[in-house]
Design a protein around this ligand. Structure first.
Ligand code: CMC
Length: 438
């Protein structure tokens, strides 16, 4: 796939007196890269790029993102259009298979999602092993890794039945997420139902109870579909790169996704949606003085950051945050929910966008700034927000793992480093050591 994008043009790199000619790659949307794969063998130099700010680790035909223009598309379709017209199951199919499903294909995929929704009954005992208050992301990551022990057929030839394997994982993760919530509040588990769509089934497993049947609300189902679609992929972010890196060692899909879930847990990544609501609650409970928090975010001596603002790639509005803000307004309006946190969030956005600190650094609201307010309105507890992100991101992770698996340029992921430790020194036997001055 990559070869057709390698140009006749070359870049020249002069190191001391020698000039090295490096091929140029131009992607289908005009993204330019210098191919340095042969640089070390030819020149003895590696490139240094901590945080991978300028490093392309793979070629991919899944997601295109232009952070300067605020563009995001999956398999060529703008994410705004997909959120408007599709269900999450349709977009999951698109990501995993590369094209939007026909009616028949979607029916088949939805049947698979229904068929695989149960988890092995023995796995339910696992939930009892976690202490009360265990973070749901820790539970999710452990449970997903252990799926391999119950469904080992995945390891044989993971791509042979990828249709079924992807559906199995997407379906079971939803069940695990809802069961972990029920366990955490000590309520009986609600099993998945065959007659419900992906999102309606999840909401029913979360909120139905023997003493108070859950009434499925189409407004909520629609909003949840959209939010999950907006999270479904985001090219080489931290968790997706983790899935690829772990998978590059040829480990099974479950273990790779479990590692991705752990990466997503971090407050600088998926954990930000929880952190945003916690920050807004702190502001609200402290009397609503959000300007104090903005001042702290700008203070270089204070490590505090305005959570939900800024992005490694977007230097303009995150296109997802615009759509999410609209869903948030629509849903709260339709459900007649008045959430003071939404008012605070809007005020912060308005003030920050006019503030030189945020303007100079291109800091705009990101996808997490409003998603938590939607989850709150649905009734999802704060500690489950990042689990919701994981549910959404799962089809993206699977499609990247699949793409990595068949990539002809695939190599085990193994970055280099610049060593800055002590030079080679003689070993000192323990009775001759003098401590730090050595
Ligand atoms: N509040 C205040 N200052 C900020 C913020 C923020 N949220 N984000 C970046 N800055 C400042 C930062 O201090 C630095 O200033 P200076 O140049 O004076 O040192 C400058 O902006 C550049 O920041 P950076 O840390 O070099 O940028 P990065 O690309 O490494 O980090 C980020 C990106 C998302 C980790 C960061 O913007 C951040 O910590 N945001 C808050 C956490 C958050 O909302 N994360 C969710 C990201 S979107 C969902 C996802 O991808 O998972």
């Amino acid at each position: 796939m990559l070869d057709q994008y390698i140009q006749d043009k070359i870049a020249e790199l002069k190191i001391e007196d020698t000039v090295y000619k490096l091929p140029i790659i131009i992607g289908s949307e005009g993204e330019r890269a210098i191919d340095i794969r042969a640089l070390r063998s030819q020149s003895g130099h590696i490139t240094f790029d901590s945080g991978f700010m300028n490093t392309g680790s793979c070629s991919s035909d899944i997601t295109f993102l232009d952070g300067e223009k605020g563009i995001l598309s999956y398999r060529g379709y703008p994410v705004e259009d997909l959120a408007k017209h599709c269900t999450f199951a349709e977009v999951a199919y698109l990501l995993v298979h590369g094209s939007l499903p026909t009616i028949e294909e979607l029916k088949h995929f939805s049947e698979l999602l229904g068929r695989f929704a149960l988890i092995h009954e023995d796995m339910i005992h696992f939930f009892d092993g976690f202490p009360a208050g265990a973070p749901p992301m820790a539970i999710l990551s452990s449970m997903v890794n252990s799926l391999m022990t119950f469904y080992p057929e995945m390891t044989e030839n993971p791509l042979e039945n990828i249709d079924e394997n992807a559906a199995r994982l997407i379906s079971k993760v939803r069940t695990i997420a809802a069961f972990s919530f029920k366990k955490s509040i000590g309520h009986p588990l609600v099993y998945p139902r065959h007659d419900l769509s992906y999102c309606a089934n999840f909401l029913n497993m979360m909120f139905d109870s023997p003493v108070k049947p859950y009434e499925i609300n189409n407004i909520v189902v629609k909003a949840l579909n959209k939010v999950l679609i907006l999270h479904a992929d985001h090219e080489q972010n931290c968790s997706t790169s983790t899935v690829r890196l772990v998978g590059s060692a040829r480990v099974n899909l479950y273990a790779s996704i479990s590692a991705g879930i752990s990466a997503l847990w971090g407050p600088l990544h998926g954990g930000a949606n929880q952190a945003v609501v916690e920050m807004l609650e702190e502001i609200y409970n402290g009397g609503g003085d959000y300007k104090k928090f903005i001042a702290r975010a700008k203070d270089s001596d204070d490590p505090f950051r305005l959570v939900g603002f800024g992005h490694r790639v977007y230097k303009t509005y995150d296109p997802r945050s615009q759509v999410i803000k609209g869903i948030c307004d629509e849903m709260l309006d339709a459900l007649k929910v008045n959430d003071p946190l939404l008012d605070i969030a809007k005020e912060i956005e308005e003030v920050a966008l006019k503030d030189g600190y945020f303007i100079d650094r291109h800091l705009y609201p990101n996808v997490d700034f409003y998603s938590g307010i939607i989850y709150r309105a649905i009734g999802i507890p704060t500690n489950m927000f990042t689990v919701m992100f994981a549910l959404g991101r799962l089809p993206g992770w699977i499609s990247h793992w699949k793409e990595m698996w068949v990539d002809p340029n695939w190599r085990i992921g193994r970055p280099r480093q610049v060593y800055v430790g002590p030079k080679r020194r003689p070993f000192v036997p323990i009775h001759e050591r003098k401590g730090d001055e050595e």
